[in-house]
Structures are given as C-alpha cells and as structure tokens.
Design a protein around this ligand. Structure first.
Ligand code: HEC
Length: 181
C-alpha cells in the first residue's frame, strides 16, 4: 500500500487554510468589537452633560468634512451643479429672488439677510454667518442644519459635489472669503 502522494500537500494546505480562518475570524472580531468601544465612549461623554454633547454624539451621521477638498475643488463643475439650484436661486449680484433668495455674497456672508425675502422662522433665528462647515451640512441635508427650513432640496450626498458647488458660490462675492485650511 502506497501512501497518498498528495498527503504532504494536503497537510500543508489545511494548515494554511486554518491559519487563514483564524486571521479572518480575528479581523471580524475586531470589527465587531470597536463600535462597541465607541458606543461606550459616546455614552460617557453624552451622559448628563448639556444639550450640545447630545448633538456631538449624533454628529457621525452627518456629512463628510470637505475642508481639505476645497483647494482642489472645481468651480466649473460647481456651476453645472447649480442647475439644481437655479429653479429657486439666482447667483448674480443684485439678481432677483425666486422661490429662494439671491445667493451673491453667501459664502462667509450673513445668514438670512436678502432684503425682501421671507425666510423661515428657523433660518431667521439662526442668524450668524454662513461658514463652509455650515454650508457643507446645509447642502448635504438642509433640515439637518435648519430644522424647519423652507428650502426643499434633497441635498448632495457626494462630498465632491458639495465642495464643487461651494467653490463656485465662493467666487460669487464682492470679496471672496479666505478659505479655511
Ligand atoms: C426648491 C427650491 C430650492 C432649491 C432647489 C434650492 N434652494 Fe436654497 N433655498 C430655498 C429657500 C426657500 C431658502 C430659504 C430657506 C429658509 O428660509 O429656511 C433657501 C436658502 C438657501 C441658502 C441660504 C441663503 C441665505 O440668504 O441665508 C443657501 C446658501 C442656499 N439656499 C443654497 C442652495 C444651493 C447651493 C442649492 C442647490 C444645490 C439650493 N439652495 C437649492 C429654496 C431652494
């Protein structure tokens, strides 16, 4: 009786296979374990602290930060995307109000100040200036930033689209603001 000529191959093969399974299992265990750690941390920070930390723990559901993308953002691509806004907005200086306000000077400019436009109560109360970070959230999902906003727009889910449109609007100002680094 001869032994199986492939025996050595088979043994080596199964040892490698077992090693692989162990690696994959370890990897999956890691994946499953880390979110749990995060939950615990988020819970501790959230605890009984004031309202703000509640929104901080909810933040991961928000849009991807685009600050680092601005330097290479494409304003010409942003102009094409503006077609989605043009039903409700104009961007030229002194342009008319449509369903939404004119957007000249909006990036870095004051919120809710276009004369003659009737903003939602929430937008009026929010006041302040349109930072890149706020625009990033607003254009990702308007209601995420301004709860009862009148702006009925689904939002851009692609970070690149938001960077491009913000870059386009950034140029539509008397003195474009310095971009955050
Ligand atoms: C269906 C109409 C509609 C569309 C489409 C729309 N908007 Fe608006 N937008 C509005 C309205 C209405 C408001 C005022 C919101 C409020 O008062 O709550 C607004 C407000 C804004 C503001 C704040 C302006 C200010 O004066 O503070 C910005 C910025 C803005 N929109 C950008 C955009 C961009 C960029 C797009 C395209 C990606 C877009 N919007 C698409 C209707 C629209």
């Amino acid at each position: 009786m001869n032994g199986d000529p492939l025996l050595v191959n088979k043994v080596v093969g199964s040892v490698i296979f077992a090693g692989l399974i162990a690696m994959v299992a370890g990897f999956i265990a890691n994946l499953a374990y880390s979110p749990q750690m995060l939950d615990k941390m988020a819970y501790k920070i959230g605890g009984n602290a004031p309202v703000q930390s509640a929104s901080a723990t909810a933040a991961p559901a928000g849009p991807e930060d685009i600050t680092g993308m601005l330097a290479s953002a494409d304003a010409a691509a942003g102009e094409k995307l503006f077609k989605k806004c043009a039903a409700c907005h104009t961007y030229k200086k002194g342009g008319p109000t449509k369903q939404g306000p004119n957007l000249w000077n909006v990036v870095g400019g004051d919120r809710g100040v276009v004369a003659g436009f009737k903003y939602s109560k929430d937008m009026k109360e929010m006041a302040g200036k349109w930072t890149i970070a706020d625009l990033n959230t607003f254009l990702y999902k308007p209601k995420m930033l301004v709860k009862k906003t009148k702006m009925n727009f689904a939002g851009f889910k692609k970070a690149k689209d938001r960077a491009n449109i913000i870059m386009f609007l950034h140029g539509k100002a008397d003195t474009p603001m310095a971009l955050p680094k």
